[in-house]
Design a protein around this ligand. Sequence first.
Ligand code: AMP
Length: 194
Amino acid sequence: MIESICVYCGSNPGFDPAFRAAAISLGTEIGRRGQRLVYGGSHLGMMGALADAVLAAGGKVTGVMPGLLVDKEAAHRGLSELRVVNSMHERKMLMADLADGFVSLPGGYGTLDETFEIATWAQLGLHAKPVVLWNVSGFYDPLFTFLDGIVSAGLLRPQHRALIRQAQTLDEVYARLAEPVEASGGKWLPGDLR
Ligand code: AMP
């Protein structure tokens, strides 16, 4: 049962209005389902639109932010809960612990970093929670091609490539979240791909 969803997304709105619209539709659905959003705690860009939508739909939002960013007034002041931590590393760990599943929307370095870190932790068997990338407006098509190329190059196992699930619509996001996760830890050793 997924009660709490961690969402990674841009701290900018991006130029395609579909990005913000996707953040709002996901936030509205999280609130409608009575789930909790866990996210980076900002009021900016897609992140702010997402949190506002969850709150407007009656849902709960936990923001996790390092003190440094709170001081820079990036924090959303209307959240159900703001957890202030000491570092970006601590933040990513707490966000991962608090969530039952992860959804990435379009974003920049921060979003990519969070998505690949959580997929790496799944690959190592450190958690068995679903990771879904919502490919809004085909934004992630080049990334999917690149990931397939990593498999072809012999640097990523196909079953680990599959740890990053793909969704084209909000319905698919929830369908992918509901699929069981095969624990990958223990069946392989990092670096034994041949
Ligand atoms: P980016 O994709 O580079 O815009 O970074 C957004 C992602 O990184 C979000 O999922 C956040 O968790 C984190 N992040 C980056 N910048 C901020 C910020 N100003 N405030 C809070 N979180 C941020």
